[in-house]
Design a protein around this ligand. Structure first.
Ligand code: HEM
Length: 394
């Protein structure tokens, strides 16, 4: 069985897990992101995983951590299996995820189990179909304003982008009546900052109640043309949707930085810089891997940047390669996860992000980051120099 040496366990903790936690699992911390970019922290993490694979072979590598069985996957086929066999015997609702997400979405599908999970999963899949909302019209409407602003200043910053992005998100999720409600997203951000600390941070009931109350007011309108008009009790699910749309904005901004267009551009940005870099599962029974049994309650770790950017296996590891999405993919390229627990918001993200890239790209062209693409790209500090392209905004 592959059990990592104490030194290698320390290396995984120091270069893979701690930096991921420090950057902020639930909401990114700008200072740490800047440091991560400077110190090329994702490169160090990927090198550690390659070292594990070279030293211990393809089977899951168990870390020496007292009181918890933890295994790191290094074989792409194992990633495929882990995700295909979720939620049983590989549960999405791991102990660590529960303690983080209970801060702001205690009723979300991601930390639900059994019959409740089945019901909530169905609710999410039904509601999050892109055809349920006029995505393109909303995006174009808001993008027009942003284009005018960028044309006058000559550059697109993260702050300018994010302001437009959140208006789009609130209109798509809650309707036009929520367009200007910055407070809603600010409150959610404060809750997410606490969630970064998971069980170490006390839960702020007052803030959570205020946020949920505000959200429920918007939901009560069930505005036509928004996700809020979808059937079912959405109140417990929407906090996750709003939270996850933050990642979608980051992915879209990074896609602009590499000159990407359309839905495959969004997919590539998410492959190159996964916003869920660590996918976790916890086994509900003993499971067998490459001839070795791992006990029940083993925590499995998939560190996706390693699989997405492995130069030994992928000739396109460090360049923009939209064509890879047209053919069967490597089973470990999983920016939106995979199997029955795949992100149910994926198509909506692709529609929204793709529409934004196309709307901005019709009027603006940006000076872009060149290949080989860096393994860490701090979106907070992106300032994209823009020049006008052909079409005029009327
Ligand atoms: C770039 C944007 C996004 C990325 C990269 C992404 C990625 C992911 C990943 C990797 C998971 C699996 C997490 C796990 O296994 O622990 C997931 C789950 C989920 N995502 Fe997304 N997501 C994005 C945006 C969204 C959006 C905008 C929504 C909703 C509007 C959404 C809804 C969900 C839900 C409800 C789950 C839980 C699924 C379940 O437990 O079965 N996601 N997402």
């Amino acid at each position: 069985m592959a059990i990592s040496s104490r030194l290698d366990t320390a290396r995984v903790l120091a270069t893979v897990l701690l930096p991921t936690l420090a950057k902020g699992v639930i909401v990114r911390r700008p200072g740490v992101m800047a440091l991560a970019e400077k110190t090329r922290s994702d490169s160090a993490a990927i090198d550690t995983l390659r070292h594990l694979r070279d030293r211990y072979g393809p089977e899951p590598v168990r870390l020496r951590i007292t009181g918890r069985s933890v295994a790191v996957l290094v074989d792409p086929a194992d990633v495929g299996r882990l995700l295909a066999e979720s939620p049983a015997p590989f549960s999405l609702a791991t102990r660590e995820k529960k303690s983080a997400l209970e801060h702001f979405q205690p009723h979300g599908v991601l930390i639900s189990e059994g019959e409740e999970r089945r019901r909530l999963r169905e609710l999410n899949e039904g509601a999050l179909r892109p055809e349920n909302v006029p995505v393109e019209a909303v995006v174009r409407d808001e993008a027009d304003l942003l284009i005018r602003h960028v044309m006058s200043t000559g550059e697109l910053t993260w702050d300018g982008f994010a302001q437009t992005w959140w208006r789009i998100v609130r209109r798509i999720v809650l309707g036009d009546g929520a367009r200007g409600d910055d407070q809603l997203v600010d409150d959610l951000k404060a809750l997410r900052q606490n969630a970064n600390w998971a069980f170490l941070h006390p839960k702020r009931r007052g803030l959570r109640d205020r946020f949920q109350h505000r959200l429920d007011e918007h939901l009560r309108r069930r505005e036509d043309g928004s996700l809020a008009a979808q059937p079912g009790d959405l109140s417990g699910q929407v906090p996750h949707w709003l939270f996850a749309f933050d990642s979608a904005g980051i992915v879209t901004m990074r896609a602009l930085a590499i000159g990407a267009r359309g839905t495959r551009g969004v997919l590539e940005s998410a492959r190159l810089w996964p916003t869920t870099p660590v996918i976790l599962r916890e086994s509900t029974e003993p499971t067998r891997w490459h001839g070795t049994w791992l006990p029940k309650n083993t925590e499995f770790i998939v560190f996706s940047p390693f699989f997405h950017r492995d130069p030994e296996r992928l000739p396109y590891a460090d360049r923009y390669a939209p064509e890879i999405w047209d053919r069967p993919l490597d089973p470990a390229i999983v920016p939106f996860s995979g199997g029955p627990g795949v992100c149910p918001g994926r198509d909506l993200v692709l529609a929204t992000g793709g529409a934004m890239l196309d709307a901005l790209g019709e009027h603006l062209s940006f000076r872009v980051v060149d290949a080989p693409l860096p393994r860490t790209l701090n979106h907070f500090s992106l300032r994209l120099q823009a020049t006008r392209t052909g079409t005029r905004v009327s």
